[in-house]
Design a protein around this ligand. Structure first.
Ligand SMILES: Nc1ncnc2c1ncn2[C@@H]1O[C@H](COP(=O)(O)OP(=O)(O)OP(=O)(O)O)[C@@H](O)[C@H]1O
Ligand SMILES: [Mg+2]
Length: 310
């Protein structure tokens, strides 16, 4: 199976490696190549066929459907796995928006609510809410983007600690909430609830606020199936969701993914299943059939980038 693990496209200049993307810079533009790397436990645990294409194309689809709200970084999509983007100065905030009270990790809204917290991004929630309940209105609940661990600071703390100015904070909040409202509307037409998401913003050379990185992908967002939500919630069942946890659980049960120097290879049937689910998500989000990019992937990317003048 052809998977895109990494690229080394010397003709593009030096490379920066993110967890999922390889990033090259040329003439003030970024070449963002979304690979098939799959990370968990702060490391790469597997390569998932077609995942890079799914993420790049789902983002491209949403950027197109939101650009009337906020300008975004896309200049061109010269290949299924590649976006040419306007290089921006990134803002050190993860613009999290939540539509529902859910999640199980330490920083999740439900975990914090169950532990007694009632103030989220400046809004006060009532007592007596249940897990997976719709919030009275979507909440802007940002975290800071830091090397060590993202912290949940109040807006006042973020501004006081100099992460962003108050004016910038307000601009990000308005943009993030407007993007989320559009996301929920559009997702509903394809039978999905956009539950929560995370945006990244940057500032371009003109000082314009620009939406960067990725938008409403299965990695940056949570989606639930719309048709079964109400009934399942009423009966106290979990919503139907895009589940990629099973691969993570396999590693947790078969090794010590935080300590072991090398990990066992992921079981091929689990990798295939996850690949199938990413493709299914692409198809439901966009309402289009997934068209497998031409293989082998790496020479194709090289060809598509070499023929491009930028
Ligand atoms: N238009 C842009 N201008 C500047 N930086 C960008 C732009 N779009 C995306 N980025 C940055 O490129 C990187 C994308 O790579 P990747 O998603 O693999 O990163 P990551 O390892 O997830 O890092 P992070 O945790 O910061 O998201 C991110 O650091 C993102 O902030
Ligand atoms: Mg990222």
């Amino acid at each position: 199976m052809d998977v895109l693990q990494e690229t080394n496209l010397g003709f593009l200049g030096s490379k920066r490696t993110g967890k999922v993307r390889d990033i090259y810079e040329r003439n003030g533009k970024l070449v963002l190549i979304t690979t098939d790397r799959h990370s968990s436990f702060d490391r790469i645990i597997a390569h998932i066929p077609w995942k890079g294409q799914v993420l790049n194309q789902v983002s491209a689809w949403w950027f197109e459907r939101t650009r009337d709200i906020v300008p975004n970084h896309v200049l061109a999509i010269p290949d299924p796995n590649v976006t040419i983007a306007r290089k921006c100065t990134t803002l050190p905030i993860e613009a999290v928006v939540r539509g529902y009270l859910t999640g199980v990790t330490d920083t999740a809204a439900w975990t914090r609510y169950a532990a007694g917290e009632r103030i989220f991004g400046g809004a006060v929630l009532a007592d007596g809410m249940r897990k997976n309940q719709k919030l009275p209105h979507p909440l802007f609940d940002p975290t800071t983007k830091e090397a060590a661990h993202d912290r949940t600071l109040t807006p006042e703390q973020m501004i006081a600690e100099g992460f962003v100015s108050r004016e910038m904070f307000d601009r990000i909040k308005v943009a993030a909430l407007a993007l989320f409202a559009r996301g929920q509307d559009v997702a509903a037409r394809n039978g999905l609830i956009l539950v929560d998401t995370k945006y990244e913003f940057g500032i371009d050379a003109d000082g314009t606020l620009v939406l960067i990185d990725e938008i409403h992908t299965p990695d940056s967002s949570r989606y639930w199936q719309l048709d079964s939500y109400a009934e399942r919630f009423a009966e106290g069942q979990e919503p139907q969701y895009f589940d990629k946890e099973f691969l993570r659980l396999w590693f947790r049960d078969h090794c010590d993914p935080y300590r072991d120097a090398t990990l066992p290879p992921a079981p091929p049937d689990l990798v295939q299943e996850l690949s199938r689910r990413y493709i299914a998500m692409y198809e439901q989000i966009t309402g289009m059939k997934f068209r497998y990019g031409e293989s082998p992937i790496l020479p194709r990317i090289e060809r598509n980038l070499k023929s491009l003048a930028f």
